[in-house]
Design a protein around this ligand. Structure first.
Ligand code: PLP
Length: 273
């Protein structure tokens, strides 16, 4: 256990020098990490996609238990696994991986403010759909949204399709349905997205994945014009209707707020769905 300002990592850890690592962020409710099993499964998928060696999930779970026991006010948990001490360039050595678990308090905000990103997500990238520690693109895009008065930046992909936010998936409320881009757009397979699709189907809420090409980025013009509504999903953010897009105030959609209520009810009852 170390304080945030205490050294705990090699200065030449490959996660630091080149962003060679994977991570997860989970909400914490009453001292328990929400949907931890799904998050650990995705951590393994991201590591496999990166070509990293198999993860020691026993060690990761031990870290999670120890950190949560020491942080009773935690609302957000972060698990990072890097390739460990490595060379100064992109090549890898076969050293032991680094496992870091950290927690902080968190505030859940009921509605969000989105800005369209001037940059695109590359659905053809070697790391598309993987949750890697190479998050500089997201840092820059989120700073752009923040400067415009938003709290999330939403990307198109290179084909002009609606993709995702820097740390969220997007759903559009249109034609009496909530529709989210398919994973083929290059977005992360969000756990909150996946649970909203599952729980929505279970509760009879009209929520589904879009067909290829069904949600162009220009659907956000319809959102800005009040012809469609929007919500973002992500760990800690949960299911969050969007109340502002690029300077335009938006109404919260009926389905969007029903989806938020459903998610918040279920997440309290099912800590590791
Ligand atoms: C790029 C990106 N998309 C989507 C999400 C939402 O995923 P989840 O619901 O699993 O938090 C995240 C999570 O932070 C993310 O980093």
């Amino acid at each position: 256990m170390v304080a945030p300002d205490e050294a705990a990592l090699s200065a030449v850890d490959h996660g630091i020098t080149v962003g060679d690592g994977v991570f997860e962020t989970c909400a914490v409710l009453g001292g328990h990490a929400f949907a931890l099993t799904r998050h650990l499964a995705r951590l393994e998928r991201s590591a496999a996609g990166m070509g990293m060696a198999d993860l020691d999930l026993h060690k990761v779970r031990g870290g999670v238990d120890a950190v949560l026991a020491a942080a009773p006010d935690a609302g957000r948990l972060r698990i990072t696994v890097t390739d460990g001490v490595g060379p100064l360039g992109s090549g890898r050595s076969a050293g032991p991986q680094t496992v870091i678990v950290a927690a902080t308090p968190a505030v859940v905000v009921p509605t969000g403010r989105a800005a369209r990103s001037p940059w695109t997500r590359n659905e053809n990238s070697a790391v598309a759909g993987l949750k890697t520690t190479s998050y500089a693109e997201n840092v820059v895009a989120l700073a752009d949204a923040t400067a415009k008065g938003g709290d999330e930046s939403v990307f198109a992909n290179t084909r002009g399709e609606l993709c995702e936010g820097t740390g969220s998936n997007v759903f559009i409320e249109i034609g009496g349905e909530l529709v989210t881009p398919p994973l083929s757009v290059g977005c992360l397979a969000g756990i909150t997205r996946e649970l909203l699709l599952e729980w929505g189907a279970e509760a009879g809420l009209p929520v589904r994945e879009a067909k290829d090409g069904e949600l162009p980025f220009s659907v956000l013009d319809q959102v800005a014009a009040g012809e469609a509504r929007m919500l973002l999903t992500g760990s800690v953010r949960n299911v969050q209707p969007t109340a502002w897009l690029d300077g335009v105030d938006l109404k919260v959609g009926e389905l969007s707020s029903a989806a938020r209520d459903l998610f918040e009810r279920n997440m309290r009852e099912r800590i590791d769905p």
